[in-house]
Design a binder for this molecule. Structure first.
Ligand code: C2E
Ligand code: MG
Ligand code: MG
Length: 455
């Protein structure tokens, strides 16, 4: 899949009303709901049913992670999820509402309400709550989420396609913000979406042309102050926009199914760089939640390491907790394969997800990385107690702890006294391009072995 279906449609949708919809198109056989060609007709119906001084709003609901259900559990399971989602939505429909199945994993609800009525937000959230409940498919509990966007027909005469387009734009914004949320349309979002479409165009070619590069941030032992390795952090050297941070393009790469290409391209480049570094230095890479559910990931990573002449023991794969909530069994299989091959696995941004402790009990990691929000709160009484508790927990489970986001000497000293093993942050160095990293390595290492961090 190149562009998500909703984005493709948004960008190609005409802004004028299309030819009249077929009247009375049959309901969608899978969900039993009116299909998208009925949209204009149902909008007219909703206008008639509404109050004379009222307005119509549309809420578009799109399932999160639905593609994974199809990929991992098969299309029959996907169909079952759609049927259940449709049924849950149908139960929420009242007399002043009309529900449609737009196609795929997307639904639209037309709601007639008073202009001054602010309950739309609450309605959208109830819908998300209802759809997001776990679904039992063939004895397996599937946890799909959903995102929603709304748009209001302020003039009372907007073409159905314009209303749908605006609601889809708002829904796509909710997805970009991490999914599982609701967003109401604002005109500025339209411009953002076109900007994103331009970035999508550029991203694939950017990966092929080597515009995506790893930057490296040093990691030090807080005990010995020795340099122990680097974390690879993706940067996009965009020809027109300059250097872009991962927050701008990783979500796009995930949506475009280009995240593996990006990850493997960066790892190949990193393997070339690693060969110039002393053999005791490790490389940490970030993998997206979506990748952790791919059973082929371990093999693909190992093939790249092998081709690059890098021992698996030098690689640390960082995964965030959001990866684990998707499918803990698939994550377990991937983590086990990686560890069996000698690759280390770190739990990144520890403490920011939910069920952090549950994941530590369920899965075996080699390291824990404390999220930088905890490091910034270190100066408070509770902040330092929490960090101390995490460090002790790591120690008792045999997992060394790395603190991220260390910016001051006080933080480094305190973390060291709390027993934290490794540290990373602007205090020690910002992420650097390949050549500057090599200079740093040469400066910090000499013939007699590792040298220490300043400060
Ligand atoms: P992360 O893995 O938790 O990486 C740490 C982030 O904190 C990096 O942001 C880094 O530049 C920033 N950071 C490090 N030290 C400090 C500090 O002292 N203060 C502050 N304020 N920030 C600090 P960056 O490079 O923007 O990366 C953000 C996130 O993007 C990463 O979080 C990671 O989750 C993701 N990411 C980066 N590269 C990749 C990649 O190649 N693939 C995937 N899937 N995700 C990536
Ligand atoms: Mg990381
Ligand atoms: Mg992190």
């Amino acid at each position: 899949m190149r562009v998500p279906r909703w984005a493709e449609w948004l960008l190609s949708a005409p802004t004028h009303e299309p030819a009249p919809d077929p009247i009375g198109a049959p309901n969608d056989p899978l969900t039993g709901l009116p299909p998208r060609p009925m949209l204009a007709e149902l909008l007219a119906e909703a206008r008639q049913a509404g109050q004379p001084d009222g307005v119509i709003s549309m809420i578009v609901v799109n399932l999160d992670r639905f593609r994974l259900v199809n990929d991992l559990c098969g299309h029959a399971a996907g169909d079952q999820v759609l049927r259940v989602a449709a049924e849950r939505l149908r139960r929420m429909v009242e007399a002043h509402m009309r529900l449609l199945h737009l196609g795929g994993d997307e639904f639209a609800l037309l709601v007639a309400h008073q202009r001054s009525d602010h309950t739309l937000d609450g309605l959208a959230r109830s819908i998300l709550h209802a759809v997001t409940m776990p679904i039992d498919v063939c004895g397996r509990v599937v946890d799909v989420g959903a995102s929603a966007g709304s748009a209001t027909d302020e003039t009372g005469a907007s073409p159905a396609t314009d209303l749908l387009r605006a609601a889809c734009i708002a829904m796509s914004r909710a997805k970009r913000d991490g999914g599982g949320s609701f967003c109401a349309f604002e005109p500025s979002m339209d411009i953002d979406l076109r900007d994103r479409a331009a970035l999508e165009e550029d991203l694939r070619s950017g990966i092929q042309c080597g515009e995506l590069v790893p930057f490296y941030q040093p990691i030090f032992s807080l005990r010995s102050a020795d340099l122990v390795g680097f974390e690879s952090l993706a940067r996009w050297n965009h020809p027109g926009r300059g250097m872009l941070d991962p927050g701008t393009f990783i979500p796009i790469a995930e949506d475009l199914d280009a995240i593996n290409d990006l990850c493997f391209t960066l790892l190949r480049q990193a393997c070339r760089d690693l060969r110039s570094w002393p053999a005791h230095l490790t490389l940490s890479i970030n993998v997206s939640p979506i990748q952790i559910c791919d059973p082929e990931l371990p093999l693909r990573l190992l093939q790249i390491l092998y081709a690059g002449g890098i021992a698996p023991g030098r690689l640390i794969v960082e995964i965030t907790e959001s990866a684990l909530v998707r499918d803990v069994e698939l994550a377990r299989a991937t983590i086990t394969s990686l560890r069996n091959a000698g690759v280390k696995v770190a739990l990144d941004d520890f403490g920011t997800g939910y069920s952090s402790l549950h994941h530590l009990r369920e899965l075996q990691f080699d390291r824990i990385k404390i999220d930088r929000s905890f490091i910034h709160a270190l100066d408070g009484f509770a902040g330092s107690k929490i960090v101390k508790a995490i460090v002790d927990l790591g120690q008792s489970l045999g997992m060394p702890v790395t603190a991220e986001g260390i910016e001051t000497l006080e933080q480094a000293t305190m973390l060291s006294s709390l027993g934290c093993t490794y540290g990373q942050g602007f205090l020690f160095g910002r992420p650097l391009p390949s050549a500057a990293t090599l200079r740093m390595v040469i400066e910090l290492e000499d013939d007699t072995g590792p040298r220490r961090a300043a400060g």
